[in-house]
Design a protein around this ligand. Structure first.
Ligand code: AMP
Length: 219
């Protein structure tokens, strides 16, 4: 049985952190459109140049760009045994595109599909964003306000350089929340009606939320 998980929740609700842990423990492939787009921006590809204009404003990148990236990624061999989608779909339009892609890549296959909704109060999330840093080498995520790092500016895991995402500033963060409420939040209702949605309490420590996540997957 192939497992496909979709993580839905507001920016900085912990989707990335939890997905990294879950992917490491289960072998499911972590597919993160935000990281793929940032890579395209860093490599100055044609898609990356267009994407940057939207990412800098906290808006969704045009759907044709994201659809192409995600279709190519999910068709790769390392996604054959299952994957965790983090950051896609982000609108009902993208959900329909995903339906089509899954129809194509999962033909004749037994699949369990679950949508995990990270339920968390909105207060403090902008603060979480501005204090977020990630390791430029291994991708681990840290909060420089709530965590005490062994070496300032260095990753606790691999000692790589910590960097701040270009869109992790207060102004862009606020715009990303508006985008989330207007375009992404309707997915919660949509997947609930389909019977795929499992809500988890995303408040608490990383380990507490991870326990909630594991329990939700077993349901
Ligand atoms: P994230 O790393 O998930 O917070 O995404 C960072 C930014 O990448 C978002 O604010 C969007 O501009 C863009 N992005 C990521 N995923 C998508 C998507 N599925 N559709 C459109 N834009 C996306």
């Amino acid at each position: 049985m192939k497992t496909e998980l979709i993580m839905v929740g507001p920016p900085a609700s912990g989707k990335g952190t939890q997905t990294k842990k879950l992917a490491a423990d289960t072998g499911l492939k972590h597919v993160d459109t935000g990281s793929m787009l940032r890579e395209a921006v860093a490599n100055c590809t044609e898609a990356g140049k267009i994407a940057k204009q939207y990412m800098d404003k906290g808006q969704l990148v045009p759907v044709d760009i994201v659809a192409k990236i995600i279709k190519e990624r999910l068709s790769k061999d390392d996604c054959k045994n299952g994957f965790i989608l983090d950051g896609f779909p982000r609108s009902p339009e993208q959900a329909k595109i995903l339906d089509k892609i899954l129809e194509e890549i999962d033909c004749n296959e037994q699949v369990t599909l679950k949508v995990i909704y990270f339920d968390i109060p909105m207060n403090n999330l902008v603060e979480r964003i501005v204090n977020r840093r990630s390791c430029s080498s291994c991708g681990a995520i840290f909060n420089i306000k709530t965590m005490t790092l062994k070496n300032v500016g260095k990753c606790d895991i691999c000692n790589g350089e910590l960097i701040q995402r270009a869109d992790d500033n207060e102004e862009t963060a606020k715009s990303r929340f508006n985008t989330y409420f207007e375009q992404t939040a309707p997915l919660i209702d949509m997947y609930e009606k389909r019977g795929n949605l499992v809500k988890i309490n995303a408040t608490g420590t990383i380990d507490e939320v991870y326990e909630n996540l594991k329990a939700a997957i077993k349901q």
